[in-house]
Design a binder for this molecule. Structure first.
Ligand code: ARG
Length: 643
């Protein structure tokens, strides 16, 4: 196994085992899943190939015997990279990589890009062989309503996917499917005909005041018949393109979007105003959705995995799509077992949430222009789990209508709720929904307190000592920047570190803490590594650890563990792209920080026995810092050089 190709060790081992299994079994290597996994326990080595058992069953062979043959075929391919394989238990194949191989792989990672280039330091991560056109739809707040914690989760999680897929080389388009259309605007338009229109003022919560206006308009709607009539008429006026109605709607949207964008800037997410393609954009496409579904359905699609079909039917004036299984039973059922259709047009002619989603899906798959061509090959939607049924249903309709090309992938990525101390969805003490702005303000002030406490105590026990780097006191500006970065990062990281499917407990003390798997811990770890590097480099004549001829040396088990961990970054980034689980990357970075601490405790950098070892260890410091920086960037977290 050569150390040349910039593919992950995992990928390269997978290729080696597929090849070896093919030779032994006569199967096509492309059809073999070699089941290479990181070893569960270091005593079994670094990786293991677990394919033998299922393969033996498939071929009617003895698994241990088969494993021995695979070993014989694989060992020569692994020469120079791993010790001879170990056959263990019923037929596991354990891989122990050679220290020289690990150091060669590390040595191939190029030095960081020069300060002059603002290119992302990719640490030589390979780009995907076949880039895809991917839409990542996330955040999706509603105009005229405050963003709630659910939108915050969608924003934080979706941003990771956009970053990860982009880094891997996919052609990514972010879409912010903002709720900017619907009957509520009739009420608001009517309301603002006699009240001052909202204006954007920095530092004032316009969304909050529009929401208050909307509540007042609702009350008026219920009690004042003339108002209700005019509000309904305003919906028709807006849809018909009436200039005055449109002007009011535009002002509401513009002001709201400005406030939303301000929140995005503060959160440090990639979303930009040009990523907004709200529900209103699809309005003109809705009639065609109805017509085209009528033409496409009913259709039986033999060969469909579901084996079912859909049918468009008028039901009491509404247009509905009913979905059936192959045997004719309903595919979706309501609470009392009645067939549950997707309503695509109401009896009053109005369209629904699902109609817009069908239009958006079709638009993205067939019209949206990417840099590399037209039409998404993958769409990732990030919303809370309560929308699961909605997505399942409109995906099924689109599939039955033949709108999703074969090979295209649509993922609905869901997440659980954020719980308060009472284990119920997070609310303020008075029961109101938490305002995002208040949340961020509190995070910032808690982060400021944390940093101040750390400065007073001069470090803490879980990290290597400062070596005098903290002697220069932080300026007020630096403190402010640290507090805001650490605050936002704490909220993001506390969200991302949990399996997104689970609900999680929102706990200020745990998330803004230097102990445990938290943003402050990770950011501090980064700053510490940098500080160790600076100190050591200052006292080293030839300070460039990447200078030619300066090899990476692995002389201690802690160096070996750190080397292997560093080399596993790509594997974890790929896992996030495939499984869409950001917590896997958090876990990796946390383990990396832990491995570095162990390395630093047992492998002195500054007082290394000789100059070559010192340079090699400096390189370990630099690679660790760069890996932490890139990993945290992928999580939407910006590091600080000093903390
Ligand atoms: N605006 C919606 C809400 O706040 C979320 C939109 C989700 N995306 C979608 N394509 N339906 O609930």
């Amino acid at each position: 196994m050569s150390s040349e190709a910039p593919a992950s060790i995992h990928d390269r081992l997978s290729r080696v085992f597929a090849e070896a299994i093919a030779r032994v079994s006569g199967l096509d290597p492309a059809a073999i899943n070699p089941q290479v996994r990181p070893a569960g326990d270091p005593k079994f080595g670094d990786y293991q190939c677990n394919a033998t058992m299922s393969l033996a069953r498939q071929l009617g062979r003895n698994p241990r015997e088969l494993a021995t043959q695979i070993k014989a075929a694989a060992d020569p391919l692994l020469a120079g990279a791993a010790e001879p394989l170990e056959v263990a238990g019923p037929g596991f194949l354990n891989v122990r990589l050679l220290p020289d191989f690990l150091s060669e792989c590390l040595a191939r990672i190029p030095p960081p890009p020069t300060a002059a280039s603002d290119a992302l330091d990719r640490l030589d991560l390979p780009r995907v062989a076949r880039p895809q056109r991917v839409v990542v739809e996330y955040s999706q707040p509603n105009i005229a309503k405050q963003m709630h914690v659910g939108h915050l989760r969608s924003t934080i999680i979706g941003d990771v996917f956009a970053r990860v897929l982009g880094l891997l080389g996919h052609d990514v388009i972010r879409q912010n499917h903002i709720g900017d259309w619907g009957t509520q605007f009739g009420m608001l338009i009517r309301w603002y005909r006699e009240h001052p229109l909202p204006r954007f003022e920095a530092d004032a919560d316009v969304l909050e005041s529009i929401e208050a206006d909307y509540r007042a308009a609702n009350e008026r709607f219920a009690s004042d018949e003339a108002f209700a009539r005019e509000a309904r008429a305003a919906v028709a006026e807006l849809q018909g393109g009436d200039t005055e109605a449109r002007r009011i709607w535009e002002q509401i949207c513009a002001v709201s979007l400005q406030a939303i964008d301000e929140t995005y800037r503060r959160l440090g997410v990639l979303l930009r105003p040009e990523d907004v393609r709200g529900e209103s954009f699809y309005n003109s496409r809705l009639p065609a959705v109805i017509e085209d579904l009528r033409a496409a359905l009913p259709a039986r699609r033999p060969g469909e995995a579901s084996g079912g079909w859909s049918e468009v039917r008028d039901d009491q004036g509404a247009v509905c799509v009913f979905l059936y299984q192959a045997d004719g039973s309903p595919r979706f059922k309501g609470p009392t077992g009645e067939p549950l259709p997707v309503i695509i047009r109401k009896s009053d002619g109005g369209y629904l949430y699902a109609t817009t989603d069908l239009a958006a899906l079709r638009y993205r798959l067939h019209e949206l222009e990417f840099r590399s061509g037209r039409g998404a090959e993958r769409i990732i939607y990030v919303t809370d789990a309560r929308q699961k049924l909605h997505f399942e249903m409109f995906f099924a309709v689109a599939r039955d209508a033949g709108w999703i090309p074969p090979g295209a992938r649509v993922d609905h990525v869901t997440f659980g709720s954020v719980l308060g101390p009472d284990r119920r969805p997070l609310k303020t003490r008075s029961g109101a929904t938490i305002k995002l702005r208040d949340l961020l303000d509190e995070a910032e002030s808690r982060a400021a307190a944390l940093v101040a406490a750390r400065e007073r105590s001069g470090g803490d026990a879980t990290m290597p000592s400062d070596e005098g780097d903290a002697s220069r006191a932080l300026s007020a500006d630096e403190r402010q920047q640290i507090a805001s970065r650490v605050g936002v990062a704490s909220i993001k990281y506390a969200d991302l570190r949990n399996d997104r499917n689970a609900d999680y407990l929102f706990d200020w003390d745990k998330m803004v803490s230097l102990q445990g798997n938290t943003a402050p811990y990770m950011m501090y770890a980064y700053a510490r590594v940098r500080s160790i590097y600076r100190k050591a480099a200052e006292r080293t004549d030839s300070a460039d650890p990447y200078a030619p001829g300066g090899p990476v040396r692995i002389t201690h088990p802690a160096e070996r563990a750190l080397a292997l961990r560093l080399l596993r970054l790509g594997e974890h980034v790929e896992a996030v792209a495939n499984d869409l689980l950001p917590h896997v990357l958090c876990g990796y970075l946390y383990d990396l920080a832990g491995d570095f601490m162990k390395f630093y405790e047992s492998c002195p950098v500054l007082d290394a026995p000789d100059a070559a070892t010192r340079l090699s260890r400096l390189r370990f410091c630099d690679l660790t810092a760069r890996t932490l920086k890139l990993g945290l960037w992928l999580l939407g977290i910006e590091i600080l050089e000093r903390m």
